[in-house]
Unconditional design. Structure first.
Length: 362
């Protein structure tokens, strides 16, 4: 492979977030175009400007060494991305000292598509490879949270706490990538990359389609096993279309709604009123949605951040879901209750960010 550099690990995470921010910036709402999330969910992303997406390559391994010139050029173009950059090299002797950067040995081959071209002299690990690499540097819960992000319709950071954008990948695509890596390495007699076991374990807890970090947190809290601080409720579908009965569709003049979390084909629905619901038009849509779904015989449960933060109120949401799903509520032990508080504290602190002042949950 030619000279250049390859961004991986946390730098790849940042690079893909920047891609999401640029896509959001390239697809603003106006008098003729609805908000980007509406276009993704209701119009399948038709007509979106995806020009900020890097180009997929068939390159199968990281550069042998760091090209100092390419790194210096990146610093001039994007100082934030270059600062403390995590750079991948495929040969041990290529791990030279580069001021302001950290090099990682990423040896062996990967399937075609594992690297994208961010610029002429800059590669970036694919979203799937980034997920695998992050399994080496973060714990299970942080990896699950990151999996929800890249498999969801948002990118953290940017002009606000997050922006909506098309999903970078999916649970199925990550699973396929991990399988392909394993087959390729076995066929070539090469060792497995670090993090494979941790990546598969985290991926089992990830779901596609969250439209915000808050929706992801609610899903994690509800569906993670009790031993990890969740309620162990079956995982929902996220932002899936729920079709109304023919009679109800004729009565109300609409045949389906997109629901935040749903179970059993939309028979049971949870709507999360997050910070993005401050938009009056969105709140009006959600109120109508709830009324019509109830009229169609569906179970509709609503919650918001205040409920998420309160132990007793969150228990009530879980009890309600347990009941409508036909499952038995089990009173948690003191240890399980403590784990649930700790998990929610941790996830809400991550939502708030280092400068927010929301306080602890109880």
């Amino acid at each position: 492979m030619g000279e250049g550099i390859c961004l991986g690990f946390e730098s790849a995470q940042m690079a893909w977030r920047q891609v999401g921010w640029r896509i959001a910036e390239s697809n603003p709402a106006d008098d003729t175009r609805p908000p980007l999330l509406v276009r993704i969910l209701f119009y399948k992303g038709s007509g979106l400007d995806l020009s900020p997406m890097p180009e997929r390559t068939r390159i199968m391994r990281a550069p042998a060494r760091v090209d100092p010139g390419a790194y210096e050029a990146l610093r001039e173009r994007d100082a934030a991305l270059a600062a403390g950059a995590h750079l991948c090299v495929s040969r041990r002797r290529g791990r030279r000292h580069v001021a302001g950067a950290r090099t990682h040995l990423v040896s062996g081959r990967y399937p075609p598509g594992a690297f994208f071209r961010l610029a002429n002299d800059v590669l970036v690990a694919s979203p799937e490879l980034t997920f695998l690499q992050m399994a080496r540097t973060v714990d299970l819960m942080d990896l699950v949270v990151y999996g929800f992000e890249i498999c969801g319709y948002y990118a953290r950071g940017g002009p606000s706490s997050f922006v909506n954008c098309p999903a970078l990948t999916s649970v199925a695509r990550i699973a396929t990538f991990l399988d392909r890596v394993e087959r390729l390495r076995k066929s070539r007699g090469e060792g497995m990359p670090w993090g494979m076991v941790a990546a598969r374990r985290a991926l089992a807890c990830v779901r596609d389609g969250a439209a915000s970090p808050e929706e992801a947190v609610v899903t994690i809290v509800l569906s993670m096993p009790s031993r990890l601080g969740g309620y162990g409720i079956p995982a929902p579908a996220l932002n899936g279309a729920v079709r109304l009965s023919t009679a109800c569709a004729d009565l109300f003049g609409i045949d389906s709604f997109v629901c935040d979390l749903s179970w059993n084909g939309g028979q049971h629905v949870l709507e999360y009123q997050g910070t993005q619901h401050k938009l009056r038009s969105r709140r009006r849509y959600d109120l109508r949605k709830g009324n019509v779904l109830v009229a169609d015989g569906r179970d509709v449960i609503e919650m918001n951040r205040d409920i998420l933060k309160a132990q007793g109120l969150m228990d009530e949401v879980a009890k309600s879901l347990t009941r409508v799903l036909g499952r038995r509520w089990r009173r948690p032990s003191a240890e399980i209750a403590t784990r649930r508080i700790r998990l929610r504290n941790r996830l809400i602190a991550d939502l708030n960010g280092p400068t927010a002042d929301e306080g602890a949950v109880f």
